[in-house]
Design a protein around this ligand. Sequence first.
Ligand code: CP
Length: 309
Amino acid sequence: MRKFEHKDLLGMEQLSVEDIELILDTAESLKEISTRDIKKVPTLRGKSVINFFYEPSTRTRTSFEMAAKRLSADTVSLSASGSSMVKGETLVDTARNLQAMNPDLIVLRHSSSGAPHLLARELKAGIINAGDGINEHPTQALLDLYTIREKKGKIKGLKVAIIGDISHSRVARSNIIGLTRMGAEVTVSGPPTMIPVDIETLGVRVVHDPVEAVKKKDVIMLLRMQLERQSKALFPGLREYASFFGLSMDVMKGAKDDVIVMHPGPMNRGVEITSEVADGPYSVILDQVTNGVAVRMAILYLLIGGSKE
Ligand code: CP
């Protein structure tokens, strides 16, 4: 019997291969619920989940809310601008007040790396990291792994290129950990100013030229240009970035015939990806969003769904 022995989900770093497989298998069995006329099961009835988003979000916030509701949990959403943090209350005091209402889980997105880890130490409720600064975005990596496995039938042995602003991307970090742990071969690509100098220690190859980086790849994963996280100009401009590193049909020519193109969103069309690729036959970008609900249902279920078995 497989068990998920975690109070919190803070990062891919904490998950074993067995944990990841259990999450993906559970998501596979829950995905069908979202295709029913009545998209609801009573599994988490009586449980409560607080979505606390200190940064903007479309996909993660909505899909966590949908996932919780489809499992019949009660949900409350709170944004930093709508909370008493604007009056000077600290994150920890805010969280302690939320804990006083006895929720089972708090889903936290925060601009500071390590914020979910701090709350996990302070609170009895489970904490899910919905993206912390430039550190990790584990549920994004898990839905990406799910989508790759769904489309390719496996993860082990696949060749994956991740292209973009690797330094500022929590999605890249979580995916690098998850993909290498599951046996994929990962190549990262982007301007030298956007790739950490010691990135190879994470078990990836660096190929700066994107045409070379995508050659013979099964999966191409694009990253958003994180302009809000770049403290100084790391590239002359968006037009230059698009012409050197943007993924067009032409750049993709050397990839495998059945390559899939992924992007966590939100996309900068015409910067890191052309519309022709984003809306074209290789794109699985909206499948990623669909799978995000199933994967987040699985995570909620495994963390607070009664039996741990
Ligand atoms: N991929 C992702 O985290 O998207 P949102 O910022 O819209 O949640």
